[in-house]
Design a protein around this ligand. Structure first.
Ligand SMILES: Cc1cc2nc3c(=O)[nH]c(=O)nc-3n(C[C@H](O)[C@H](O)[C@H](O)COP(=O)(O)OP(=O)(O)OC[C@H]3O[C@@H](n4cnc5c(N)ncnc54)[C@H](O)[C@@H]3O)c2cc1C
Length: 373
């Protein structure tokens, strides 16, 4: 068996790693030219109930622990006027350790044999050849044929068309992403508001969410539930005007919170949220499947990367366990993945995992009840 994986994101790379530790050969074809082609985004909390299972399946728990940023499981929840509602320290026992996404991806890449990832291979199209075989066509005109094709190519997957006609639609919310650097010295009020880990300031379906990344970089996601045309009316290349437009939505909020927008050291970046229909699934098609966002893209809820990794680990484990029954392995993988993907995030369990069963602050429960969970 040789597995052809499209996409070197966390889903595709976890699959490749789990296959590799189980002695199954795989090649990952990635559109980007190298691991360094693009900044990989901010921190991810990798959960003990999903993402960490995937890390363990890849045999990389020691390496993973070495990446964990100490103290980043601290959580502060503030009201818009700056009132501190929750201030929870990181006691080192939480089940959601934070790592930098780029470092996690590099950990997976480092564990693969040389040549396992073929960079600069953008897939343009895919074609069924019959008998479970597929042809992959690259943008440069090159092709490969494969007995087992896995689409780990994210939101705008090219492989998905072999399985389903579904396409992602705008989910009604967007992030505007902003960084503040050297915050303890240059932006002390904002740094104090965020604290040592994460800050949440909920506001209906939106709000402000910020993280302290490596060092004292503050990474803010401004969450806005506005239609697409509200954002397209903003010229994000005009940094000052775009920043002021976004900040205007938080008029009257405490200055240490609006500073996370107005003191930006980077241009604000608009990240609209797209989602596939809930319950997206397909009948079994021989020789091909999907993992991660390609299969079940949803608006960010803190689980997507964890689920992509778990998909990759589950699929790799199933294929390694049944090398003579690939279709059986794919069917078993998809059955579990489909059920998992359509199960809504259990907010009560998430809150309990943050605070312990009996220690959830009442003010937080009241707030979630008010804003919906
Ligand atoms: C702003 C934001 C914040 C998020 N925060 C979190 C969080 O805190 N926690 C969490 O768990 N999840 C988070 N998510 C969700 C998470 O990022 C995704 O669910 C996760 O990255 C999906 O992994 P993946 O491997 O399926 O896809 P991707 O990470 O999208 O990887 C797909 C790969 O395929 C490659 N590719 C795409 N098209 C082609 C092609 N045609 N040919 C070849 N290669 C191709 C891409 O270059 C990429 O390397 C966030 C998402 C966003 C947008």
């Amino acid at each position: 068996m040789h597995v052809t994986i499209i996409g070197a994101g966390l889903g595709g790379l976890t699959l490749a790693c789990v296959l590799h530790v189980n002695g199954v050969a795989a090649t990952v074809f990635e559109a980007e030219g190298s691991a360094m082609a693009r900044a990989q985004g901010g921190m991810l909390d990798i959960h003990d109930y999903n993402g960490q299972h995937a890390v363990a399946a890849a045999g990389l728990m020691d390496e993973f622990r070495g990446l964990v940023l100490e103290g980043r499981q601290a959580l502060r929840v503030l009201d818009r006027d700056g009132t501190v509602l929750v201030d929870k320290a990181d006691d080192g026992t939480g089940g959601r350790p934070e790592v930098q996404r780029g470092e996690l991806r590099q950990m997976l890449l480092d564990s693969l044999p040389d040549g396992a990832v073929r960079w600069g291979h953008k897939v343009d199209g895919v074609r069924a050849l019959g008998d479970g075989r597929h042809e992959v066509i690259f943008a440069d005109g090159g092709t490969v044929e494969t007995d087992l094709l896995v689409g780990a190519d994210g939101a705008w997957s090219r492989v998905r068309s072999l399985l389903s006609n579904a396409t992602p639609e705008y989910a009604g919310t967007s992030f505007v992403e902003i960084y503040l650097f050297d915050a303890d010295t240059r932006h002390p009020a904002a740094a104090k508001a965020v604290g040592g880990g994460s800050l949440m300031v909920p506001d209906g379906a939106g709000g402000i969410s910020a993280h302290r990344e490596r060092g004292d970089t503050l990474h803010t996601y401004v969450v806005l539930d506005r239609p697409l045309d509200w954002f397209t009316a903003i010229d994000f290349t005009d940094v000052a005007t775009a920043t002021a437009r976004v900040a205007a939505e938080f008029d009257g909020w405490a200055p240490e919170l609006t500073a996370l927008i107005t003191d930006a050291d980077t241009a604000p970046v608009w990240r609209p949220h797209y989602a596939l229909p809930t319950g997206h699934r397909w009948p079994r098609v021989p020789g091909v499947t999907l993992v991660g966002d390609a299969a079940h893209l949803g608006a960010p809820d803190g689980e997507g990367a964890n689920l992509a990794m778990l998909d990759g680990a589950d699929l790799g484990t199933a294929l390694a366990a049944q090398p003579d029954d690939v279709e059986g392995a794919l069917a078993e993988y998809e059955r579990v993945m489909f059920d998992r993907a359509e199960t809504p995030v259990d907010r009560d369990a998430v809150i309990a995992s943050l605070f312990g069963e009996d220690e959830v602050p009442q003010v937080l429960l009241d707030m979630f009840d008010e804003h919906g969970r």
